[in-house]
Structures are given as structure tokens and as C-alpha cells.
Design a protein around this ligand. Structure first.
Ligand code: URA
Length: 239
């Protein structure tokens, strides 16, 4: 049961997602990333998707365009989606970090910590049935455990994330499969199981996961107000 004051309809959840979008656009929780980024890459796709993909962090192309997975790894992701009859607009794609780490260095623990509330809010509002973590960073963060992707890939598990129970499905990061045919085959083998996972009933949402809705965060100042954010997200065609 969702809390009484939770956004209810898909449209209300999408509007609430735009308010989260607005807050991320002026985020300065990580001063280094805030001063080096060109864009805050919120995520894109279907705001009511059953399937969500969580990558690591934007790279140079994503930082430039403000959209996740638009480089080579993104092209592979699109190809694999096509092989199971899905397109980007069917799913929601986002990253553990919303800002590009300089020179594509690894995300720092504090940066992951600073950014993770946004991810949980996105999960709460989009309500995916299945979350596919791409590679080690996303898998370790969401499972809150150091077990690596080599051990875990292709094994679905039920997991409480923020305020939602989801089916987590760790798979290799497409960037890792770009130049390693054996890894690409493993990624493909894991990918083809997605339709069966999506056909399973949505995980039950236990009451203990739904404490009263927290106060919605005010817009950060200076920042986009919710109206500007709504039009910006629409103009960019993000979700
Ligand atoms: N790799 C990621 O993890 N995320 C992107 O958005 C692009 C490449």
C-alpha cells in the first residue's frame, strides 16, 4: 500500500519526477563535480517504465548532451534492447552519479553517498518492476554489499530499494562487453532473460517499506522552479 499522500497516477508521479529533476539541476553537493560538469544527467526514458537500467556515471558524450548512455556503450545497450523487442522509450535509463567525474575517474564514496537519494526518489516515483544494474558500481551500491558483478550477473533477487521492493537483476556493463566477445555473449545471455522477468508479477510492496511520505524537498536556490523544470525536461524529451 502506498502512503496516503504519495503521488498516485502515472501523471502525478511524472510531475513529481520533474520536481526531482529541477533539484538535481542546481545540485552542488559535490563541489568538484558541480564545477566541472557541463550538464546534470538526470536520466531519460519512460517515467512509468517497468524496466530501469542503472549505470555508473555520465561520460564525456553524456555530459555534453545531458542524456545517459549516448556513446558506444549506449549504442550497444540499444542493440541489446532491440534484440528483446524493446526501445529506449520503453525503459528508464539513469546512473549512480548524475555528474561526470573529471577524466572519467571512478566515483568517490562520498559522491555516491551524495547522489543516492536522487536515485531512490527516481525509483520510488517510476516504480519499476525490474532494475538492471550495469556493472560493479551500480550493483554494489544498490545491494549495499561488495560482492562483484562476475559472481552476481544473471541472478535476479528481490530487494528493498528506498521505498520500493524491486526485482534486481545485475548484468555486465555494456562498456565492458564492447571489446570482449566472451563478455558480450554473457551479457546477451543475461539480457534474453529479461522478458521472462518482466512477465513475472510485480514484487509485493510490504507495508513496512512505506513510512509516511517525507516532506517534498524545496527547490534549491538558485535553481529551476518546477515549471521551468517541466518545460526543460519536455524540451529535451527526457521523460
Ligand atoms: N557509462 C555509464 O555508466 N553511464 C553512461 O551514461 C555512459 C556510459
Amino acid at each position: 500500500m502506498p502512503p496516503a499522500d504519495a503521488p498516485d497516477t502515472a501523471q502525478e508521479r511524472r510531475d513529481a519526477l520533474k520536481r526531482v529533476y529541477a533539484r538535481t539541476q542546481s545540485c552542488t553537493r559535490c563541489p568538484e563535480l558541480a564545477s566541472t560538469r557541463k550538464s546534470v544527467v538526470f536520466g531519460s526514458g519512460n517515467a512509468d517504465a517497468d524496466l530501469m537500467f542503472v549505470g555508473e556515471a555520465p561520460g564525456a558524450n553524456e555530459d555534453e548532451q545531458g542524456v545517459p548512455f549516448v556513446g558506444q556503450a549506449g549504442k550497444l545497450l540499444d542493440k541489446l534492447l532491440g534484440e528483446i523487442d524493446l526501445v529506449r522509450a520503453d525503459v528508464f535509463v539513469l546512473n549512480v552519479l548524475k555528474c561526470r567525474p573529471p577524466n572519467n575517474r571512478d566515483p568517490l564514496p562520498l559522491e555516491i553517498e551524495n547522489c543516492k537519494d536522487y536515485l531512490y526518489e527516481q525509483v520510488s516515483l517510476i516504480e519499476p518492476k525490474v532494475i538492471c544494474t550495469l556493472g560493479n558500481f551500480a550493483t554494489k551500491l544498490l545491494r549495499d554489499d561488495t560482492t562483484g558483478i562476475t559472481k552476481l550477473h544473471g541472478q535476479p533477487e528481490l530487494l528493498a530499494l528506498g521505498r520500493r521492493m524491486v526485482r534486481l537483476y545485475p548484468i555486465f556493463h555494456p562498456a565492458a562487453a564492447l571489446y570482449t566477445p566472451r563478455m558480450l555473449q554473457t551479457l546477451r545471455d543475461d539480457f534474453v532473460r529479461l522478458p521472462d522477468l518482466l512477465a513475472m508479477p510485480a514484487p509485493e510492496q510490504p507495508e513496512w517499506l512505506n513510512p509516511p511520505e517525507p516532506e517534498e524537498q524545496p527547490d534549491a536556490e538558485p535553481g529551476l522552479d518546477a515549471q521551468d523544470a517541466a518545460s526543460e525536461a519536455d524540451q529535451l524529451g527526457l521523460f
